[in-house]
Design a protein around this ligand. Structure first.
Ligand code: ADP
Ligand code: MG
Length: 685
């Protein structure tokens, strides 16, 4: 085993032309290592020739013969149709798009080798758009399965194959892992695996190859997962070497608040508070993710953490993704902290200049112990006197850079508590979030009755409107959520306005409010406040109410065009009801003619109330790329490993990472060098 000699760049290979290098760059390939790790999407078997008599429907095969008939037909649509004959029979080749050169290549008398999938055609078996090669006397069949690579415009399969073949000759297939590690896992050596994937022998199992379950695929999946673990663990270790304010647990403030709190903390809340409190006593920055389903009571946990910091003279920043939520937090914290004689500054994008200046001064002088706000909090103008703890609510709504920017406001580095109601399934927290500490609130406060979810066709809208009216007249409060219109915010706004006007005209006896993202914050706040105290019975809203909004008396929600929303959004929206003791209902109105994906989503949300199960299903339906978004996690996406398929490898990599770092630092460096250059820049926060 040896170090990878500084990754060879593409320019160092003489045979690589400038345009080739430029095309490889477009694929994110900048050196030999990442070219070697550019692995096939699938394979085709050109190692054997199947005779026409033996063809079976659905097989992807190669045939060889002579063109005995060729014509361009115009009915039912333009097509080039040719018949290929071998000693055992004839096969139709059909092209719906073609060039004059193809007509020439398929002329009667030409000898061809064709590769494609066998389908039923009008004249018996046929191939549509087969891959064709002319053959001479000495044309050999391929010796290995033919890989098909992901590519880009301007780069042919032939050229990418050649480039990879050259890369393989560069002798950069160094083993980065100790032999007992991969042998102990029954995995082949790196070099063997790379050969097996770029040029598999004819007898290789094509299905296992395509499912990426062959030993070679598993070896590379393991390597990739291990690289991810290693970089996360190193990152974690690095953080523990940085200074942060150490804050002993609170002696006074926490006890004071708890005495006045109208409820008792749940066991789960107590457990996570203990975990957070312990982190704050440490002299290095906490980076903890607090997960808890909607309504599980994360806010009070944040507040207790804040008090520990404040008691030791540190300031706390609490950042929320929307103004409505920031306002709500501000009010709640004011209610909790005013009796303790603490000052809270409030900062949003839409304050008057005077209010803003005042807040900025309070933050800068330390007059305010706590600053609550939206993304405005990390703007340049904001200077903290002594920031010790940054709390980020609904953290998945913020990008990596934004979270980082807030942390940069403290010196030494403040502790960071991130909160999320979008639970992270276990495989994800083991991988993409492996450098965070995670606390989970896994119970809801007592006295909540489960939300009843109903799926109802849009055709019954009138009936549902009546039902909402009756509920409101009976003293309940309801949300009517207007559909998400991704293409146009203006259209969404119009729908909300129209719905509001319609409701007002139809139900003059009800007090109806409207809230949407384009209202001025003061207006929004006024409406929310009216809804909070019950002066509004029915609130027509866009998805601005998705996060955090907490009005316990609201017990009915109707979501229009629920089929358009993602799973986590539906779960979040639904979590706005079921917050009080009253039995709550969430009605999902859907437009008929559901797509398969929409049907699958609605089924999940209908059948599950548990955020973790919903997130798991969401991950399964969408895959980690969509589920996370790199913007959110800041970690490069896995390209080879699949968290569901390779869970066993993930666990092994996780268990092994720390001891490898300790015992084989050189191997770790070599391994990271290879894989991180492949993964691209790592921005981890
Ligand atoms: P989320 O976790 O979704 O942010 P919140 O912090 O908004 O949830 O809490 C939801 C509601 O439950 C709030 O009204 C809050 O005051 C209340 N709550 C929190 N903890 C408890 C508890 N232990 N017992 C009763 N009610 C609680
Ligand atoms: Mg919340």
């Amino acid at each position: 085993m040896s170090n990878i000699s500084k990754c060879k760049t593409l320019i160092e290979i003489k045979a690589f032309s400038k345009p080739l290098i430029a095309n490889l760059h477009k694929l994110g390939i900048s050196n030999i290592q990442s070219l070697l790790l550019h692995l096939p999407l699938r394979y085709i078997d050109e190692t054997r020739i199947t005779v026409v008599r033996d063809l079976r429907l659905g097989d992807a095969v190669q045939c060889e013969g002579e063109i005995v008939h060729a014509e361009v037909t115009y009915k039912p649509r333009k097509a080039l149709i040719a018949r290929l004959e071998d000693a055992s029979g004839q096969l139709t080749l059909r092209f719906l798009h073609f060039y004059p050169s193809q007509i020439a290549a398929l002329a009667v008398g030409k000898k061809l080798r064709v590769y494609g999938e066998i389908r039923h055609g009008f004249f018996g078996y046929e191939m549509v758009h087969p891959h064709c090669k002319s053959v001479g006397k000495s044309t050999q069949v391929a010796e290995t399965l033919t890989p098909v690579y992901p590519t880009t415009a301007g780069l042919t399969q032939t050229n990418i194959c050649k480039a990879i073949a050259l890369a393989i000759q560069q002798n950069e297939l160094i083993e980065t892992l100790p032999a007992d590690v991969y042998k102990g896992l029954n995995l082949p050596a790196f070099k063997v695996s790379i050969h097996a994937l770029h040029s598999p022998p004819p007898e290789a199992n094509l299905i296992a190859l395509e499912n990426k379950t062959t030993p070679a695929w598993r070896r590379l999946a393991f390597d990739e997962l291990l690289a991810q673990q290693l970089s996360m663990r190193k990152h974690y270790a690095h953080r523990r070497s940085i200074d942060a304010p150490s804050m002993a647990s609170s002696k006074i403030l926490v006890a004071k608040l708890l005495r006045h709190l109208p409820f008792k903390l749940t066991k789960s809340q107590q457990k996570v508070i203990a975990e957070i409190s312990h982190d704050l006593t440490q002299p290095h920055p906490m980076q903890r993710l607090l997960q808890g389903d909607v309504g599980s009571g994360k806010t009070i946990v944040a507040c207790l953490a804040a008090l520990q910091a404040i008691e030791h003279g540190w300031q706390v920043a609490l950042m929320a993704p929307t103004e409505i939520l920031a306002e709500q937090h501000f009010k709640k914290f004011e209610m909790w902290l005013k009796p303790l004689n603490l000052n809270i500054a409030w900062l949003t994008g839409s304050q008057s200049k005077k209010e803003r200046e005042r807040a900025l001064t309070d933050i800068a002088t330390g007059q305010a112990q706590l600053a609550v706000g939206t993304h405005t909090l990390f703007q340049e103008a904001v200077n903290f006197h002594k920031l010790g703890l940054a709390i980020i609510d609904e953290q998945h709504r913020f990008g990596v850079q934004q979270r980082l920017a807030l942390r940069k406001k403290g010196e030494p580095e403040p502790h960071q508590l991130m909160m999320s109601a979008t639970p992270i399934p276990r495989t994800l927290s083991m991988s993409y979030f492996a450098d965070l500490d995670v606390s989970v609130i896994d119970e809801l406060p007592p006295g909540r009755t489960p939300i009843v979810t109903k799926l109802i066709s849009e055709e019954r809208r009138d009936e549902i409107l009546q039902r909402v009216r009756e509920a409101c007249l009976a003293g309940q409060q309801a949300y009517w959520v207007c559909p998400l219109i991704e293409e146009s915010e203006a259209l969404q706004l119009q729908t909300a306005n129209d719905t509001f006007a319609y409701m007002q005209a139809t139900f003059p006896e009800l007090k109806i409010g409207l809230v949407h993202g384009r209202m001025r914050p003061a207006e929004k706040q006024a409406v929310m406040a009216q809804f909070s105290v019950g002066n509004i019975q029915l609130l027509v809203a866009t998805t601005v109410i998705e996060v955090g909004v907490d009005v316990p008396n609201a017990s009915l929600m109707v979501i229009e065009h629920a089929e358009r929303s993602g799973l986590s959004q539906l779960h979040q929206l639904r979590g706005r009801v079921g917050r009080g003791a009253a039995k709550s209902t969430c009605i999902l109105l859907y437009q008929n003619k559901l797509s398969e994906a929409a049907r699958a989503r609605l089924k999940v949300i209908f059948e599950n109330n548990d955020g973790f199960l919903i997130a798991q299903a969401d991950l399964h339906l969408r895959g980690p790329g969509e589920f996370l978004g790199t913007r959110q996690s800041g970690v490069p996406m896995l390209k080879i490993a699949d968290l569901e398929r390779d869970t066993d490898l993930l666990e092994t990599a996780k268990n092994m990472a720390d001891s490898l770092i300790k015992e084989c630092p050189q191997a770790v460096e070599a391994h990271l060098e290879r894989w991180m250059s492949h993964a691209g820049e790592l921005v981890k926060v």
